[in-house]
Write a new protein. Sequence first.
Lengths: 249, 478
Amino acid sequence: MLSIVDLHVRVEGKDILNGLSLEVQAGEVHAIMGPNGSGKSTLGYVLSGREGYEVVSGSATFEGHNLFELDAETRARAGLFLAFQYPVEIPGVSNMEFLKASVDAVREHQGLPPYDAVTFMKLARQQSASVSLPPEFLKRGVNEGFSGGEKKRNEILQMMLLEPKLAILDETDSGLDIDALQVVAEGVNARRSDENAFILVTHYQRLLDYIVPDFVHVLANGRIVKSGGKELALELEEKGYAWLEPEVA
Amino acid sequence: MPDQINAYLDSDYEAGFVTDVEADTLPPGLNEDVIRFISSKKSEPEWLLEWRLKAWRDWLKMDEPRWAHVQHEPIDFNSISYYSSPKSLEDRPKSLDEVDPELLRTYEKLGIPLHEQATLAGVAVDVVFDSVSVATTFKDKLLEAGVLFCPISEAVHLYPELIQKYLGSVVPRRDNFYAALNSAVFSDGSFVYIPKGVRCPMELSTYFRINEANTGQFERTLIIADEDSHVSYLEGCTAPMRDENQLHAAVVELVALKGAQIKYSTVQNWYPGDKNGMGGIYNFVTKRGVCHERAKISWTQVETGSAITWKYPSVILRGDHSVGEFYSVALTNNFQQADTGTKMIHMGKNTRSTIISKGISAGKSQNAYRGLVRMNPRAEGARNYTQCDSLLIGDRCGAHTFPYIESKNASAVVEHEATTSKVSEDQLFLCQQRGIDPEKAVSMIVNGFCKEVFKELPMEFAVEAGKLLEVSLEGAVG
Ligand SMILES: Nc1ncnc2c1ncn2[C@@H]1O[C@H](COP(=O)(O)OP(=O)(O)O)[C@@H](O)[C@H]1O
Ligand SMILES: [Mg+2]
């Protein structure tokens, strides 16, 4: 589904990713861990097409497309989703309007007609209930005045409605209480299937107690320095990143 | 801000085309003969010719105002032609079927299917094409209700006592440079009279459009709402692409007698000039209303066009318990300059005013809000609430706020709130990451920003306004 080969990325003249490679197959869940500033968010941004992230060399192929030839909205429509580490507010634009514009854009890409307002409203209410966001949140501005946890739930709501093939969750679990964490985990687990894949960026084993990953990678200094199965996360939890020092350095 | 945004700022003005309608145009220049020509062309009574000439003599002694936050080359008032009317004027169409099909096609290109609008929405349309009205509909139905709605040039003949009483009563001939010019050479415009206690059975609507090169537009509108009557008036316009700057100096006067209500809504989409700042309309407008006891005047405007906008729809709250409202969206892009706002003059006791202004700047444009709230000594218990928000798109544009508060009554309350925000890269990227193209994203964000004003527009107009805003956003904000 996603194949990243020897990716080098520069931000503001600074090398951030230095030869990162990663293979993600449909049906897999990959966890990416690593120290702050190692380039985890940068990976999510460069894959999703944010401006200002310069691909110096290497490649990323998603579902047979060269990702770097597509603009950000096309990547999203093709099924690549990024849950933001810090979701931004859009005052004045109602969440419902935003969600509908988003879902309709993806549907159009798939050759489907836009939802009629009533059908979509039902769907949105249903899904927001499943992430424990009361229906009022659909009327409010996008993330406007939402608490940290509510913003993260809203990200998961967007994921549920958009049904992406590959979802990258950037520290969606950070700062969540246990209930919210379970909501996030349930959202991911509900979408887990042979056709979908996930990349979970996290610092904490506790998320991985709920979403059991197939692979765990350690990202340090812009490349993957260690990969393993779910046990690796436990090991990291116990020992931190210091024992990887030689690779990290 | 990112090139990405700048790229969207660069699409073309959709209304940019020129209609070929044979016109009967006066050569450029302004002198006494020109004024006599205009007046005689309309077979005006002697008093009106005198009125025009007085205005012209006053104007000669006046200077252009320089205080606005706008810059332009000096206007050569002798390079402007002061009269133009479509040839077909001689035999005016009795109905829309008789209107020049070329004209109707023009409106259709703009997405304003006139006949549909008139019949479906029940809107009476008084189309001003160049300087002369060429179509008036639904007149009979209005007459039944006693509502008078016609070109002001006709009203001069049909209702001379109303014209003589109220013309210049709100905006005096010599009120300001442009108002004086308008008084001297005004071409045509709308006249409305709503009798006592009558609720006008439909929205009254006018679309303006400049078509002749070098032809200044000097519309003159007069609306009189007699005691306890009610009217909603819609004004919209759009103009074809031109290289030369065109001057537009309209005057609108509203009179709301005891207990009357006037709602005046404008969507203004004059040609703003190209992306290099060439061409575009200079729009210097004087709009003012006077409220008698318990009367209410509400101005709602959506300003997306013009190279320069200079416009302060105002309310004189003369009567006790009268209410003034101003809801404004002003969008500027490229090299557009807008200096717009309102004046609320509280004279009566317990008068109230509300000002909601939303300024959106993109490209290299400059957008200024200028508002005056004056509480006169007699304005016991008067209140004003002002909210003034600016939204910046990109980092080469400017937003400015000039609130003037003059309170001469200690019991009067004036509240002012102002915010400035930016459409951020983060917001745009969030939208894109959710599959929404940036043009649509900006349009959504701007619409959200303007919501409080849009909800004040009459339903019939909201669609039109949204469309015009979107057209501007396509080029304007992307
Ligand atoms: N826009 C930017 N400008 C300059 N430096 C940046 C920018 N974005 C990220 N960086 C730098 O890139 C490095 C990696 O950041 P990031 O990908 O956010 O790390 P992580 O998500 O792993 O904590 C950090 O050193 C950060 O300061
Ligand atoms: Mg990060």
